[in-house]
Design a protein around this ligand. Structure first.
Ligand SMILES: [Zn+2]
Length: 139
Protein backbone atom coordinates (compact mmCIF):
# COMPACT_ATOMS: atom_id res chain seq x y z
CA UNK A 1 0.00 0.00 0.00
CA UNK A 2 1.13 3.45 -0.86
CA UNK A 3 -0.18 5.76 1.81
CA UNK A 4 0.98 9.36 1.80
CA UNK A 5 0.29 12.21 4.12
CA UNK A 6 -1.15 15.34 2.48
CA UNK A 7 2.25 17.03 2.86
CA UNK A 8 4.04 14.17 1.13
CA UNK A 9 1.43 14.16 -1.54
CA UNK A 10 1.71 17.84 -2.27
CA UNK A 11 5.48 17.49 -2.28
CA UNK A 12 5.19 14.73 -4.83
CA UNK A 13 2.78 16.82 -6.85
CA UNK A 14 5.20 19.70 -6.96
CA UNK A 15 7.94 17.33 -8.01
CA UNK A 16 5.72 16.05 -10.76
CA UNK A 17 4.89 19.54 -11.84
CA UNK A 18 8.47 20.78 -11.93
CA UNK A 19 9.12 19.45 -15.41
CA UNK A 20 6.44 19.15 -18.01
CA UNK A 21 7.64 15.78 -19.25
CA UNK A 22 7.37 14.31 -15.75
CA UNK A 23 3.62 13.58 -15.63
CA UNK A 24 3.86 11.62 -18.84
CA UNK A 25 6.86 9.68 -17.61
CA UNK A 26 5.07 8.90 -14.38
CA UNK A 27 1.98 7.52 -16.10
CA UNK A 28 4.02 5.62 -18.67
CA UNK A 29 6.05 3.92 -15.99
CA UNK A 30 3.02 3.10 -13.89
CA UNK A 31 1.15 1.63 -16.86
CA UNK A 32 4.20 -0.32 -18.00
CA UNK A 33 4.67 -1.76 -14.51
CA UNK A 34 1.05 -2.87 -14.56
CA UNK A 35 1.91 -5.09 -17.52
CA UNK A 36 0.47 -3.06 -20.37
CA UNK A 37 2.40 -2.43 -23.56
CA UNK A 38 1.88 0.62 -25.72
CA UNK A 39 3.35 2.96 -28.26
CA UNK A 40 4.21 6.58 -27.65
CA UNK A 41 3.06 9.55 -29.69
CA UNK A 42 1.66 7.75 -32.69
CA UNK A 43 1.96 10.35 -35.41
CA UNK A 44 -0.63 8.61 -37.58
CA UNK A 45 -3.37 9.52 -35.14
CA UNK A 46 -5.05 12.88 -34.62
CA UNK A 47 -3.51 14.80 -31.74
CA UNK A 48 -0.58 12.36 -31.42
CA UNK A 49 -1.87 10.67 -28.26
CA UNK A 50 0.71 10.21 -25.50
CA UNK A 51 0.08 6.48 -25.22
CA UNK A 52 -1.40 4.24 -27.89
CA UNK A 53 -2.74 0.75 -27.23
CA UNK A 54 -3.20 -0.34 -30.78
CA UNK A 55 -4.65 -3.82 -30.35
CA UNK A 56 -7.25 -2.44 -27.97
CA UNK A 57 -7.91 0.66 -30.06
CA UNK A 58 -7.44 2.80 -27.00
CA UNK A 59 -5.39 5.89 -26.31
CA UNK A 60 -4.39 7.82 -23.21
CA UNK A 61 -3.69 11.52 -23.06
CA UNK A 62 -1.76 12.98 -20.16
CA UNK A 63 -2.75 16.60 -19.88
CA UNK A 64 -1.21 19.44 -17.95
CA UNK A 65 -4.01 21.24 -16.11
CA UNK A 66 -2.83 24.68 -17.10
CA UNK A 67 -2.15 24.11 -20.79
CA UNK A 68 -5.23 22.07 -21.42
CA UNK A 69 -7.51 24.20 -19.28
CA UNK A 70 -8.73 21.66 -16.75
CA UNK A 71 -12.14 23.03 -15.79
CA UNK A 72 -12.77 23.70 -12.13
CA UNK A 73 -9.18 22.78 -11.31
CA UNK A 74 -7.12 25.12 -9.18
CA UNK A 75 -3.97 24.26 -11.15
CA UNK A 76 -5.43 25.63 -14.32
CA UNK A 77 -6.03 29.23 -13.31
CA UNK A 78 -3.88 31.67 -15.22
CA UNK A 79 -2.47 34.64 -13.31
CA UNK A 80 -5.16 37.33 -13.08
CA UNK A 81 -2.87 40.04 -14.39
CA UNK A 82 -2.19 38.06 -17.54
CA UNK A 83 -5.72 36.81 -18.07
CA UNK A 84 -6.24 38.66 -21.33
CA UNK A 85 -3.11 37.10 -22.69
CA UNK A 86 -3.66 33.55 -21.52
CA UNK A 87 -7.39 33.11 -21.77
CA UNK A 88 -7.67 32.97 -25.60
CA UNK A 89 -4.55 30.82 -25.86
CA UNK A 90 -5.78 28.27 -23.36
CA UNK A 91 -9.32 28.28 -24.71
CA UNK A 92 -7.73 27.58 -28.09
CA UNK A 93 -5.89 24.59 -26.67
CA UNK A 94 -9.05 23.24 -25.10
CA UNK A 95 -10.93 23.69 -28.36
CA UNK A 96 -8.22 21.85 -30.26
CA UNK A 97 -8.37 19.00 -27.73
CA UNK A 98 -12.08 18.72 -28.28
CA UNK A 99 -11.68 18.49 -32.05
CA UNK A 100 -8.98 15.84 -31.68
CA UNK A 101 -11.16 13.81 -29.35
CA UNK A 102 -14.07 13.93 -31.76
CA UNK A 103 -11.84 12.80 -34.64
CA UNK A 104 -10.46 9.88 -32.65
CA UNK A 105 -13.95 8.91 -31.59
CA UNK A 106 -15.08 8.85 -35.19
CA UNK A 107 -12.15 6.57 -36.04
CA UNK A 108 -13.28 4.20 -33.30
CA UNK A 109 -10.68 4.95 -30.65
CA UNK A 110 -11.58 4.96 -26.99
CA UNK A 111 -9.87 7.63 -24.98
CA UNK A 112 -8.84 8.33 -21.45
CA UNK A 113 -7.60 11.72 -20.33
CA UNK A 114 -5.41 11.76 -17.26
CA UNK A 115 -4.95 15.15 -15.69
CA UNK A 116 -1.78 16.23 -13.99
CA UNK A 117 -3.67 16.88 -10.75
CA UNK A 118 -4.77 13.22 -10.64
CA UNK A 119 -1.24 11.87 -10.35
CA UNK A 120 -0.96 12.31 -6.60
CA UNK A 121 -3.13 9.31 -5.82
CA UNK A 122 -1.25 6.43 -7.38
CA UNK A 123 -3.71 3.72 -6.31
CA UNK A 124 -6.66 5.57 -7.71
CA UNK A 125 -4.84 6.31 -10.93
CA UNK A 126 -3.79 2.67 -11.35
CA UNK A 127 -7.33 1.41 -10.93
CA UNK A 128 -8.59 4.01 -13.37
CA UNK A 129 -6.09 2.86 -15.99
CA UNK A 130 -6.89 -0.78 -15.33
CA UNK A 131 -10.60 -0.13 -15.67
CA UNK A 132 -10.06 1.68 -18.95
CA UNK A 133 -7.71 -0.87 -20.53
CA UNK A 134 -9.30 -4.05 -19.24
CA UNK A 135 -7.38 -7.32 -19.19
CA UNK A 136 -3.59 -7.42 -19.24
CA UNK A 137 -1.45 -8.21 -22.26
CA UNK A 138 -0.57 -11.89 -22.53
CA UNK A 139 2.98 -11.44 -23.84
ZN1 LIG B 1 -6.36 19.55 -12.84
Amino acid sequence: MDIMTPAERSQRMSLIRSKDTKPELFVRKLTHNMGFRFRRHDSDLPGHPDMVFKSRQKVIFINGCFWHLHRRCSNSRPPKSKLQYWQPKLEGNAKRDKIVRRKLQRLGWQQLVIWECQLGDREKLASKIKKFLGHKDIA
